[in-house]
Design a protein around this ligand. Structure first.
Ligand code: SF4
Length: 327
């Protein structure tokens, strides 16, 4: 099946398969279960991997719908896409994509308790403990300091549940964007809310993901109407856990920790952002850039929301084009 998708290089195919069946993750998923569950979950994960490959083969056999690309206009989320992977940027700029919830867990987590619910819970009780359940507090331990500041802020606009959010434009710079949250607490700021699988490294990590930082910087620098001088990235770290319901035991997503990174408009951050936007505009003009096939990371590709549209993950295509092209 992997060969049918285009994985012709043995090493690349093997690494991708290893990441796909993700035995390490399967083990962590079975944490706390009786031993005899472990085998069943591994079989389940293999089944899911096969289903995913089937879907990808089917999708690649159909003709994708191409979008009319506006090469001048760039959005804040596109900046994030480009930093995450320029191939992802090209795919999302070119094709009408239907992101796969199997690979983009945010699509599932959006159904769960999000920052907006916690802000509303805090507003009612004026108590941070009411924004988190006692079960969550036991797992998290100490909450990040900035959570109180964020929860006690006034919502100027939220783009998580509000279907009529205003899109902000900077016409002079051909730029647009909508932050997840535009908040105010003495001064205006923006928040991006992200969901990621829990592991110890993520808890101890000092740094945010660069694509999230770039997206936030784009909002602060380009969307001057927001008046945002700083921003925060909230990472909700989740895990699958055994959950006891009245008559049964099941697995469900549960919050394990929360990390918050502040992003300021420092000269270094401005310099970093200016280089990113320059690279994107250069790509939009030339409509082709080189792609370093050695930079591919199978675990990243597995968790990429547009992986099923991507031909570059096979390691065979050293150039990226606009509109997206598999050659
Ligand atoms: S699957 Fe991998 S190479 Fe393709 S867009 Fe996603 S991260 Fe980039």
């Amino acid at each position: 099946m992997l060969k049918k998708i285009g994985f012709k290089i043995d090493r690349v195919r093997k690494n991708y398969l290893k990441a796909l069946i993700n035995l390490e993750y399967t083990e962590s998923w079975t944490m706390g279960f009786p031993n005899d569950y472990s085998r069943n979950f591994q079989v389940l994960m293999l089944g899911r991997a096969i289903k995913r490959l089937y879907k990808e083969i089917e999708l690649k056999a159909t003709t994708s719908s191409f979008l009319t690309i506006n090469y001048n206009m760039i959005s804040a989320s596109e900046v994030g896409n480009f930093v995450f992977c320029p191939v992802s940027y090209s795919i999302q700029k070119s094709l009408l994509v239907d992101e796969d919830p199997e690979s983009n867990v945010e699509l599932i987590w959006d159904e769960k308790k999000i920052l907006l619910d916690r802000i509303n819970a805090y507003k009612k009780a004026k108590n941070i403990n009411h924004a988190f359940s006692s079960e969550e507090m036991n797992k998290i331990g100490t909450l990040p300091k900035s959570i109180g500041y964020i929860l006690s802020s006034k919502i100027l606009q939220e783009n998580k549940k509000n279907k009529k959010s205003i899109i902000f434009y900077n016409k002079a710079n051909d730029f647009c964007g909508v932050p997840d949250y535009w908040l105010s607490n003495n001064e205006n700021f923006v928040v991006e809310e992200k969901f990621t699988r829990y592991n110890e490294n993520k808890v101890s990590s000092e740094n945010e993901y660069l694509n999230h930082k770039a997206e936030l910087l784009a909002q602060m620098i380009e969307l001057d109407k927001l008046g945002a001088k700083n921003g925060y990235i909230i990472y909700w770290l989740w895990n699958f856990e055994k959950v006891r319901y009245e008559n049964r035991v099941s697995t469900d997503y549960r919050l394990r920790n929360v990390k918050i990174h502040e992003v300021k408009l420092t000269p270094e951050n401005r310099k970093y952002y200016n280089q990113v936007i320059l690279n994107i505009r250069d790509f939009n003009t030339k409509k082709a850039i080189n792609f370093n096939v050695n930079s591919l990371k199978p675990n990243k590709c597995i968790n990429c929301g547009v992986s099923q549209y991507c031909h570059h993950k096979t390691g065979l295509i050293p150039q990226i084009q606009l509109p997206y092209n598999k050659k």
